[in-house]
Design a binder for this molecule. Sequence first.
Ligand code: GFB
Length: 421
Amino acid sequence: VFICWLAVFVRADAEDDIAFSAGESDTTKFGQAKSVRYLLYDVNPGEGFNLRRDVYMRVTNLVKELNKEEPWVLVLPPWGRLYHWKSPDLEQIKIPWSTFFDLPSLREHVPVIEFEEYLKLRGEPVIDEVYYLQGFKGGWTKWEEKMNITECNEGTGFVQDEEGNWYSWFFGYEEVYAKKFACLSYMGHATFIKPFLLKNTIGRCVMLPRAEVLLHDHFGNSEYWKARRSMVFAKHLRDIGDEFRRENLDSTDPEDKTELEDWTKMKRNHGDALGGPYVGVHLRRRDYLYAREGNLPSLKGAAKQIKKILKKYNLQKVFVATDAPSEEFEEFKNYFKKSKVYRFVPSKEIKEKYKDGGVAIIDQWIAAHARYFVGSYESTFSFRIQEEREILGFDPDMTFNRLCPDNDSDCEKPSIWKIVY
Ligand code: GFB
């Protein structure tokens, strides 16, 4: 149904500009069909890639709910300017979602288009209404769902020109402007904003910056997992990861029992997946050493823990996904005398094409296929690997593990987030 709507309205927009007049139904050509509307969002600039993926899931399920009333399309916010994407030689803005994800898979869940596709369809670089989400001033003592258009709590980065148009970062597209801007204090789940969007906004495209303020409607139920399962990585990245597995880690899908199917049909039991004959580690370093001080091991401590795992499961190889600088990786590797330790090092071409984000996904993909996985305390990067393994059908004991700090070898295990169909 979603894809039909998308197809109808993409055609309508291409054929006839009138289909874009705000809030009107184009009933002349398409019977009683309502004009499609667009929802665009953005996330706090300081957030990393894998928290942003979580925000996508919240917004996607909001769009799914909106589509029960009238056709809405989610406009995918281009990737760029992320704090952790530091490679100095790469330009990392205006990156489309198709660089990282498989768009047909996303569209099996809700209708989505890239921002550039939206601009092309619209024919004018305009966003009709922007509601900048924020918490209620002074915080809260009692949790209740409420929202209110109020003055802005802090600088928003939106400025108005003499003609009344609003300008902001807009993902690096300097020509883009908004016609209307307001701050919206908000406390609630994502779909709590649904009546507001349906009844109190009329613009064809509504944008919600700081969408992390919207909470998950359901955390961990089948809707959550549908959104998550639809986030299939782009094939070009999976292929690179698979080649690395095959060439270095003796790991192939038929042998590892990790073959991927269309996500809408794929349903695995825990323990169906065996995984390649290696331990997958997510060794988060850099800013995390300060942010999670006391919860991470030293390099030597991490190596000691991994050697134990290798022995227990009779494995000889280790794959390390890490943001560590190469000197740290070399030090870590030197703690292993008998086992082989691998890291994915991208060619110049891969890096230029798929950027820091693509390389991180390849790391996640390889780590997700390991027989046993161990991650870093509360890292969303590790969480997403764990979810990938739930989708593939690993035994939770082989997935929900973390590296302990040196002074607490029996540290608490991560929560188990089992897949729900
Ligand atoms: O993904 P992310 O939100 O996870 O942010 P955390 C970490 C980023 O660092 C990733 C890089 O998106 C990558 O760009 N990175 C981390 C890695 N681990 C790896 C890895 O194994 N391989 C590669 N190639 N890249 C939170 C952040 O990070 O940490 C917050 O979201 C804050 O903004 C906090 O910085 C301290 O949940 O680990």
